[in-house]
Write a protein that binds this ligand. Structure first.
Ligand SMILES: Cc1cc2nc3c(=O)[nH]c(=O)nc-3n(C[C@H](O)[C@H](O)[C@H](O)COP(=O)(O)O)c2cc1C
Length: 202
């Protein structure tokens, strides 16, 4: 099968993209509006970008031609937190993905407790074992796309004490973290086998 991406419709492009670029980890993004209303929503167009500086990216779409609440809040405040979505919080995470109006506090809606970050003025999910406190590094306009790429500079990482670190390093035990990843539609993946494959010696 060969698909010329310019010859298929937007729905089909979305279907191919999200089913082939998978599994994608989920950034559960918490923000506040300029007037202080908390907001929480998941985004799986999420990636590591650079370690130094410590950058992550999230691609946020629009709704009926208007930026989603998370994007509007990031523009208004210049900060956000990425809560790494985990198995224990999967249902709560999904609950926050409803296309609610800006007046809805998704923390309350999903029954998750909010706490306030220290390095940035944004809320985070208190029960989340791994939280990245981010300052907006760059907003990248994607020509022809209704998505906007947000690059966040991670100023502080909050890691629960019960997530072990590999001795002598800051490699967190990714298996113990139990992150969830999105496939497509309503489908998710959890960490399965983790084979160790050394890189070739040159
Ligand atoms: C697991 C999951 C991943 C999602 N990933 C994205 C994404 O990468 N980009 C996006 O624009 N919307 C994504 N969505 C949809 C948003 O979560 C949804 O539009 C949400 O209402 C946005 O909230 P907000 O308006 O409060 O920002 C995703 C939904 C789910 C359940």
């Amino acid at each position: 099968m060969i698909f010329d991406t310019s010859a298929i419709g937007p729905r089909e492009r979305y279907q191919l993209l999200t089913s082939l670029v998978a599994p994608r980890p989920v950034a559960w993004v918490s923000t506040r509006s300029a007037d202080g209303r908390p907001n929480l929503a998941p985004f799986s167009y999420f990636s590591a970008v650079s370690a130094t500086p410590f950058l992550v990216s999230v691609s946020i779409g629009s709704r009926r031609g208007e930026p989603k609440d998370s994007l509007r809040n990031i523009r208004e405040t210049g900060v956000f937190c990425v809560n790494v979505a985990t198995e224990a919080l999967l249902r709560e995470m999904n609950e926050t993905s409803g296309e609610y109006g800006p007046e809805v506090n998704e923390f309350e809606r999903a029954g998750v407790e909010a706490a306030w970050a220290e390095s940035v003025e944004a809320p985070y999910v208190a029960a989340c074992p791994a939280v990245l406190e981010c300052r907006l590094f760059k907003e990248v306009e994607l020509e022809g796309s209704s998505n906007t790429l947000i690059i966040g500079d991670v100023l502080r990482v909050r890691l629960a004490d019960d997530v072990p670190l590999h001795p002598g390093t800051l490699f967190a035990d990714s298996v113990a973290l139990e992150p969830v990843a999105r496939l497509w539609g309503d489908l998710y993946a959890m960490i399965g086998e983790t084979p160790s494959i050394p890189r070739p010696a040159v």
